[in-house]
Write a protein that binds this ligand. Structure first.
Ligand code: IVH
Length: 680
């Protein structure tokens, strides 16, 4: 048998060889060997790994799809917040941007990096000593989800960076996307086999990278381009943005081939024009140009605002417009009983997406536009927002097109509109005695349920908008109470529900019975009662039963509650049907915990505390609530005004900053003692 050392060498050079061919195929589009030859190399690798267990397989090409499915997505903390960009729509906005920059730095020649703004899904990759460690989504910018198992399947991403000049730890950011042609091909195949199709490449990518089973992502044509830096543990590792991109490329990380370096705003504008002309011809979707000041020391001087860097701006393409015909107008009922007119349009393609309806907002807007059935209208779609009718082409109106009249009764059950006012949340479809799903009660109930399960309300994971629509359409849920009576068998008729997701959903529903009183009040969807008001109500009344008997004056005496809100609250809680609904569902085993009133004597009252790193004993949300109960203001960034920093494992730049500012650091291991000492 060959010596261990020799086998390790053979193994390592085989890994390098496969990585090299991977790179040529996926990053360069220039394969040097045939697929069969590649497979042979791969088989050889698998055989070695099988035979010699001492080999280090952590960065092996064979490890890309090796992960077993995850039970859920773990949290991914961003060392440096993942911000967004300010937008520019006109050239004027770019000159203004330049002016703001020159106000802050001494006038000098600026260089700008101009880059296609890819319409994909943002991702952060962590490399340590050149080895790929993990990847995460943006999430809320501070905390995303760990999608390492899926990102590893993207063959363009090197598991080991090429070369040897890399920092100990670096977080590199970019965009995962899908090429237009590959997307179309996939969608066609889905529709042939009667599977759900995706609205656009970005939705397709977003749905792929959050899958628990990496085999799904591995089978989808995902691509990546890297464009920015999150965190690097060495000061001034890169002097300029373009040098950083060159370095990424030398590490075998893909970057966009159309990036340009220019030296004036006029040149930026002409770059934008050129890219606009090229847009259709690109095989991936872009929605603008990202402009960045190239010099890193100037970037540092300019700094950040709370939501975006002051050294970068996104010039968005003009919204897509097109003309089409109004076929009919439907009215959709929201959860509060308000009707929204929606124009049903002859399908028209805007920026690659087919539009077949557009919101008309309300009757005032219908009148303002003077829109009628059969009219030709100009519609506009900007990014993700719902398409809008912006103008009626009155000169194209032939004859008398029919005016749009707000219905006074439901076209299905003939009940007057008033009937639907404020019916939520005790709405019970079985009591409507109407199987016709065009009845307003159905859409009102769906919207009620969507609000009820949402994150700030009951926070039920796994019940998205489409699932709710399906469950209501199929008669599986007819009232909120039904949600709590769901069993495994209830899901047989639903598409795309695997056993695991059913179990997760049922446990998430069950978990929601133990919830803060404030979230529960908010979930009820009472008019004018948002989360903050719900918190104040919870602090004041402590128990839901205490609210049942409250008078209008009792409500008015609560912080931030005025006459309108207190009238709404009183109307809601004096309605017998509402109380019956509340009692019934609370009796299903709800435990509603009131917000603690900030203890006057809490030593932490008014203090500013930041949290960083991975906490071992408590979730971030829980800790945040606990601290808030003690009157703490939980802050995202660290400054000299921060009083304490609570630190879990793997903490990075925030911990360093806290140390440099001499802020007291509390390890999460000592959290209990710290909280006890400060409770009162
Ligand atoms: S740089 C501080 N460069 O657009 C943000 N972003 O709307 C720095 N995006 O969050 C990001 N292409 O997800 C940058 N060439 C590019 C980009 C790009 C697409 C995305 C990115 C960002 C979002 C901002």
């Amino acid at each position: 048998m060959a010596a261990k050392k020799e086998i390790k060498e053979i193994y390592s050079s085989l890994k390098n060889e496969i990585n090299h061919h991977n790179f040529l195929y996926h990053n360069k589009d220039q394969p040097e060997i045939t697929d069969v030859e590649y497979d042979q190399l791969f088989q050889k690798l698998l055989k070695l790994e099988d035979e010699y267990l001492f080999l280090d397989k952590s960065d092996s090409p064979s490890s890309r799809v090796g992960d077993t499915p995850q039970s859920d997505l773990k949290e991914f903390l961003h060392e440096v917040p993942m911000l967004s960009l300010d937008n520019a729509f006109e050239s004027e906005d770019l000159y203004d941007f330049e002016k703001r920059v020159f106000n802050k730095i001494k006038k000098q020649k600026l260089h700008y990096s101009c880059e296609p703004k890819i319409d994909g899904v943002a991702v952060s990759l962590i490399y340590e000593k050149g080895k790929f460690i993990k990847a995460g989504t943006r999430g809320d910018g501070e905390q995303g989800e760990d999608i390492t198992h899926n990102v590893k399947t993207i063959k363009q991403i090197p598991l080991t960076l090429n070369g040897n000049n890399f920092p100990k730890k670096i977080e590199i950011r970019g965009e995962i996307y899908c090429e237009k042609t590959a997307f179309d091909k996939f969608n066609k195949e889905y529709s042939k086999s009667d599977q759900k199709t995706f609205a656009n490449p970005r939705n397709f990518v977003a749905g792929s990278i959050r899958q628990l089973n990496p085999e799904i992502a591995a089978a989808r044509p995902l691509k990546i381009q890297l464009h920015s830096l999150g965190y690097v543990d060495q000061k001034n590792f890169f002097k300029s943005h373009h040098e950083m991109l060159d370095t990424f490329l030398s590490w075998n990380l893909p970057i966009n081939p159309d990036i340009g370096l220019v030296d004036s705003i006029d040149a930026v504008i002409s770059y934008c024009e050129k890219l606009t002309n090229k847009r259709e011809a690109l095989n991936y979707e872009i929605d603008g140009v990202v402009i960045k000041i190239d010099d890193v020391s100037l970037q540092q001087e300019l700094g950040f605002s709370s939501r975006s860097p002051k050294w970068s701006i996104a010039k968005k393409f003009k919204a897509e417009e097109g003309t089409t015909e109004v076929l009919s107008v439907n009215f959709q009922m929201g959860r509060t009983g308000a009707l929204t007119p929606v124009a049903n349009l002859k399908p028209v393609k805007l920026g690659g997406v087919t539009i077949s309806n557009a919101t008309l907002h309300n009757m005032d807007e219908v009148e303002r536009l003077d829109i009628r059935i059969g009219d030709f209208v100009k519609v506009k779609r900007a990014g993700d927002v719902i398409p809008k009718v912006i103008k009626v082409e009155k000169n194209k109106r032939k004859g008398k097109n029919k005016k749009i009249i707000q219905p006074t009764h439901c076209s299905s059950c003939s009940r007057p509109l008033k009937f639907f006012e404020g019916l939520t949340p005790n709405l019970d479809l079985s009591k409507l005695e109407n199987e016709d799903q065009s009845c307003y009660g159905y859409s009102q109930f769906k919207e009620t349920l969507k609000h009820f399960v949402s994150r700030q309300a009951m926070d039920i994971d796994g019940l998205g908008s489409k699932t709710i629509d399906q469950m209501v359409d199929k008669g599986i849920i007819k009232s909120i109470k039904d949600l709590y009576l769901l069993k495994k068998e209830s899901f047989v008729e639903l598409d795309g529900f695997a056993e695991k997701s059913i179990n997760n959903l049922l446990s998430s529903i069950n978990k929601s019975k133990n919830i803060r009183l404030s979230n529960f009040i908010y979930a009820l969807g009472i008019k004018e009662i948002g989360l903050e008001t719900s918190k104040n109500l919870s602090k004041r009344f402590l128990k839901i039963e205490n609210i049942f008997s409250a008078s209008v004056d009792d409500f008015i005496s609560v912080d931030d509650i005025g006459e309108v809100a207190s009238a709404n609250l009183h109307a809601f809680f004096s309605d017998k049907l509402n109380i019956k609904f509340l009692e019934e569902i609370i009796n299903l085993g709800f435990k509603l915990e009131a917000e603690k009133v900030t203890s006057q004597t809490s030593k932490l009252g008014g203090k500013k505390i930041a949290i960083t790193g991975k906490l071992s004993f408590i979730s971030r949300d829980e800790l945040k609530s606990k601290l808030e109960d003690l009157g703490v203001k939980v802050v995202n960034s660290i400054s000299k005004n921060t009083d304490y920093v609570i630190v879990g494992s793997d903490a990075g730049s925030k911990l360093e900053k806290a140390r440099s500012l001499n802020i007291e650091i509390i390890s999460d291991k000592n959290l209990d003692t710290f909280l006890k000492q400060n409770e009162n």
